[in-house]
Ligand binder design. Structure first.
Ligand SMILES: C[S@@+](CC[C@H](N)C(=O)[O-])C[C@H]1O[C@@H](n2cnc3c(N)ncnc32)[C@H](O)[C@@H]1O
Length: 315
C-alpha cells in the first residue's frame, strides 16, 4: 500500500515536472542576453563548463541525465568526447533512440537531481539508473541545491517562505497539524518538499531537499564514493583564482554590464557541485543481497532510461 502511494505520488510529480518543462520555450541568444537573471545563468554555465572540463577525458562516452534541451552539448564537445547521450523526461526536449549496450565514462545530472528525492525508493531508482551504465572508474557529476544552506536559512526566518526579488522557496508541511517550528526541527530525510521559483526560469515547482549524508550513504551501496563537493560560492572563489577560470568567466560574461547583482549572487549560493566516482560494482545488483526486494518494488517509471526520450550524438 505504502509503495503504491509512493508510486502514485512520484508519477504525479513526474507528470508535473514534465508539463512544466514541456511548456518552456527555447529562447534565442539575443533574447537570452536580456534575461533579468543573466548573471546567474552565466555563472551556472561557467561552473558546469569547469566541472565538465575537469572530469572529461578525450574519447569519453557521456550520459547527460535530465539534459533538458541539450544546452550543455557544446561544453561536452570541447572535451573531445567520442559520444553523447542525453535523456530527459520532457518530450519537448529531445527525440531519438538509445543504444542499450553502451557504457558511459561520465554520467552528468545538472540542476535536476532534487526532483528525485521524494522518497528513498525514488532515490534508489535514480541511483540504479545512474550506475547501471557507468563504467568502473567513471564519474557521476552534478549540481544540486545545497540543503544545508536552505535549512539554515529556513531556521533563521519566521514562517516557511523566503527568497528575494528573483527566487522564492516555500516549504510544504507534510503534516498540517505541526507548527512551523516543529516542522523546522523535524524535517524528513526524504520527501522534504518545497516549491521553488526562479524569475525567468522556473514557475513554482515542487522539489525536495537532498540530505547529503544520506545521499552519500545510499550512493555507496551503488558503488559510488564522493570525491568532491563544494558550494557554488566556494567553487567560484577557488576557480576565479586560477587563470583559466578567470579567463573563461571574462569570455562568457564579456557582454554583461557591471557586477553580479546581490540578489543573483544570493541565488547562485543556493547551489553546490558534487562528484562521485564509481569505485565498485553496486552491491545491490548482487542477487544474494537482502535489499534486492526493495529495488524490485520500485516505481520503474521514475527516471527510467528505457522509457524517457533521449538524444544521441557521435563526435
Ligand atoms: C532545471 S532543468 C536542467 C536541464 C539541464 N540539465 C541544464 O542544466 O540546463 C531540469 C530537467 O530535468 C528533467 N527531469 C526532471 N525529472 C526527470 C525525470 N524523472 N527523468 C528525466 N528527466 C527529468 C526536466 O525535464 C528538465 O529538463
Amino acid at each position: 500500500m505504502m509503495n503504491n502511494l509512493n508510486s502514485q505520488n512520484s508519477t504525479k510529480h513526474s507528470q508535473q515536472i514534465q508539463n512544466h518543462y514541456d511548456q518552456k520555450k527555447q529562447i534565442n541568444d539575443n533574447k537570452r542576453k536580456e534575461s533579468p537573471i543573466i548573471w546567474m545563468k552565466t555563472i551556472n554555465n561557467w561552473v558546469k563548463s569547469i566541472l565538465i572540463k575537469k572530469y572529461t577525458n578525450p574519447k569519453d562516452s557521456v550520459l547527460d541525465f535530465c539534459c533538458g534541451k541539450g544546452g550543455d552539448l557544446k561544453k561536452w564537445k570541447y572535451g573531445l568526447i567520442s559520444n553523447f547521450v542525453g535523456a530527459d523526461i520532457s518530450k519537448a526536449s529531445i527525440h531519438d533512440a538509445i543504444d542499450r549496450n553502451i557504457f558511459f565514462d561520465i554520467v552528468s545530472c545538472q540542476f535536476s537531481l532534487h526532483y528525485s528525492f521524494q522518497s528513498e525508493s525514488t532515490v534508489r531508482k535514480m541511483l540504479e539508473n545512474v550506475t547501471c551504465r557507468l563504467s568502473k572508474g567513471g564519474f557521476f557529476v552534478g549540481t544540486v541545491p545545497n540543503a544545508n544552506w536552505i535549512v539554515k536559512k529556513l531556521r533563521s526566518i519566521d514562517g516557511l517562505n523566503f527568497g528575494n526579488d528573483i527566487f522564492s522557496i516555500k516549504f510544504i508541511k507534510s503534516n498540517e497539524k505541526m507548527t512551523d517550528e516543529e516542522f523546522k526541527q523535524n524535517i524528513p530525510t526524504f520527501g522534504a518538499e518545497y516549491e521553488f521559483s526562479l524569475l525567468d526560469a522556473i514557475k513554482p515547482l515542487s522539489e525536495f531537499l537532498i540530505h547529503f549524508p544520506s545521499f552519500e550513504k545510499i550512493a555507496s551501496e551503488y558503488g559510488l564514493k564522493i570525491v568532491e563537493k563544494r558550494t557554488f560560492h566556494q567553487f567560484f572563489y577557488d576557480q576565479i583564482e586560477k587563470p583559466e577560470g578567470l579567463e573563461l568567466l571574462q569570455k562568457m560574461s564579456s557582454n554583461l554590464k557591471g557586477e553580479i547583482p546581490l540578489d543573483q549572487w544570493e541565488a547562485i549560493g543556493i547551489y553546490m557541485i558534487f562528484v562521485f566516482e564509481k569505485v565498485t560494482e553496486p552491491s545491490l545488483f548482487n542477487k544474494n543481497n537482502s535489499q534486492e526486494n526493495e529495488v524490485e518494488s520500485l516505481t520503474h517509471e521514475y527516471i527510467d532510461l528505457s522509457q524517457i526520450p533521449h538524444i544521441k550524438k557521435n563526435f
